[in-house]
Design a protein around this ligand. Structure first.
Ligand code: SAM
Ligand code: SF4
Length: 323
C-alpha cells in the first residue's frame, strides 16, 4: 500500500506524458511552450513498467496529463496498456480539448473512462483571450460527442478568474440538464506567473458563498475523489466543484501523487522534491527496486504545502510538472 507518514493513502496517480503544449493560457504558458531540449518524455514501455509497479501497491485510478497529453501520437497505445491492468478501474485525461473531437472515439475504445476538459470561459471571445486559441465551439461539441459515445465521468475545469463570477450563470445553465461537473480551480501562484496571480487571484470562498446563497449544497466526497469540495442542487443534474489549494486543511485529504514526463516522482505539486526514478523504469525486473524507492520517497511527503507563506516550491508553471 502507498501510505505516507500522516496515514494518507494514495490510490490515484497522475502521470504527465509530455510537457509540450499548444495553448498559451495566460496563467500557465502565456508565451507558449518553449522547447529547450529534445523531447525527453517517458517511452510507452517505461510508463508500462511504472504502472506495473503501481497497481501492485493498490493504485486503481490513473490520470494522464501534461502539458497537453493529446499531443502524444501514441496516447491511445498508452491508454490501452494501462487499461490492460485489471486493477485499473478508472483512466482519465486532463486536456485542453484541442483535438478531442477527432480523437475521442479512439481514446474511448482504448479504455478512457474519465474526461476532464479545461474550459476557462463559456464565452468564445473570453476563451480566446485566455488561451489564445479560437476553438471553444469545437471543444464544446467534442464534449457532446464524448457524452454520446458513453464516456461516463466528464468534468470541466475552469480556473477561477475575475470573469468566472460574472459567467457563473452560463456555467450553471450548461450543467442544468446534463451529468457534467464544473470544477472551479483557484488560481495558483507559480514562479512564472507572480504578476498575473496578484492581478487575478479570486478567493474561492466568494464562489462558495455564492453557491450556498443560490441553494447549492455541499455533498460528501466520493471514494478516490480529488480534492474538490462538491455541490449539488435539486434543479440541476450536474455538479459544481471547488478546488481551493489555499484553503486551510486542503492537504489533509491529499490522495494523489504525480510522476513528471521524465519519470520523476513529485510528492506535492508545490513541494521542492522531485525524485528521479527513470533509471528504475527500464525493465520489469526492476519492479521491487522501484517500489522500494517510491516508498522511501513517500515517507518524505510533507504534511502540507507552504503556499500561504508564498512558497510555491520549484514550480515554474503547471505544464512542466504535470498539473
Ligand atoms: N493541458 C491540459 C489542460 O489544460 O487541461 C492539462 C495540463 S494543465 C497544466 C491541467 C490543469 O491545470 C488545467 O485545468 C489548467 O487550467 C490548470 N492550471 C494550469 N495552471 C494553473 C494555475 N496556475 N492555477 C490553477 N490552475 C492551473
Ligand atoms: Fe497548456 Fe494546459 Fe497550461 Fe493551458 S493550462 S497552457 S492548455 S498546459
Amino acid at each position: 500500500m502507498l501510505q505516507d507518514s500522516f496515514s494518507r493513502q494514495f490510490q490515484y496517480i497522475r502521470i504527465s506524458v509530455t510537457e509540450r503544449c499548444n495553448f498559451k493560457c495566460q496563467y500557465c504558458l502565456p508565451n507558449g511552450y518553449q522547447r529547450t531540449c529534445a523531447d525527453d518524455s517517458l517511452f510507452v514501455a517505461e510508463i508500462d513498467n511504472l504502472v506495473a509497479a503501481l497497481v501492485d501497491m493498490g493504485v486503481w485510478k490513473i490520470r494522464l496529463t501534461g502539458g497537453e497529453p493529446t499531443l502524444r501520437r501514441d496516447l491511445s497505445e498508452i491508454m490501452q496498456i494501462i487499461r490492460g491492468y485489471p486493477q485499473i478501474r478508472e483512466l482519465g485525461i486532463t486536456t485542453n480539448g484541442f483535438k478531442l473531437g477527432d480523437k475521442i472515439n479512439e481514446y474511448f475504445n482504448a479504455g478512457l473512462t474519465n474526461l476532464n476538459v479545461s474550459v476557462d470561459s463559456m464565452d468564445g471571445e473570453q476563451f480566446k483571450n485566455i488561451t489564445q486559441v479560437d476553438k471553444l465551439d469545437y471543444i464544446m461539441d467534442s464534449i457532446k460527442t464524448a457524452r454520446s459515445i458513453g464516456v461516463c465521468k466528464i468534468k470541466i475545469n475552469a480556473v477561477l478568474l475575475p470573469h468566472s463570477l460574472t459567467e457563473l450563470d452560463m456555467f450553471l445553465e450548461y450543467i442544468r440538464n446534463q451529468p457534467i461537473s464544473v470544477r472551479f480551480i483557484e488560481l495558483m501562484q507559480t514562479s512564472d506567473n507572480g504578476a498575473y496571480f496578484k492581478a487575478n487571484y479570486i478567493d474561492a470562498a466568494i464562489l462558495h458563498n455564492e453557491l450556498l446563497q443560490r441553494g447549492w449544497q455541499q455533498i460528501a466526497r466520493e471514494d478516490g475523489a480529488g480534492p474538490a469540495i462538491e455541490f449539488s442542487h435539486t434543479d440541476y443534474i450536474g455538479k459544481v466543484g471547488i478546488i481551493a489549494p489555499y484553503r486551510k486543511d486542503f492537504c489533509s485529504t491529499c490522495n494523489r501523487l504525480r510522476f513528471t514526463h521524465t519519470g520523476a516522482l513529485r510528492l506535492c505539486l508545490f513541494g521542492d522534491g522531485n525524485y528521479p526514478l527513470r533509471n528504475l523504469l527500464q525493465s520489469k525486473q526492476q519492479k521491487p527496486e522501484l517500489q522500494q524507492a517510491i516508498l522511501v520517497a513517500l515517507s518524505e511527503k510533507p504534511k502540507a504545502h507552504q503556499l500561504a507563506s508564498f512558497k510555491t516550491g520549484n514550480i515554474q508553471n503547471l505544464s512542466n510538472v504535470g498539473g
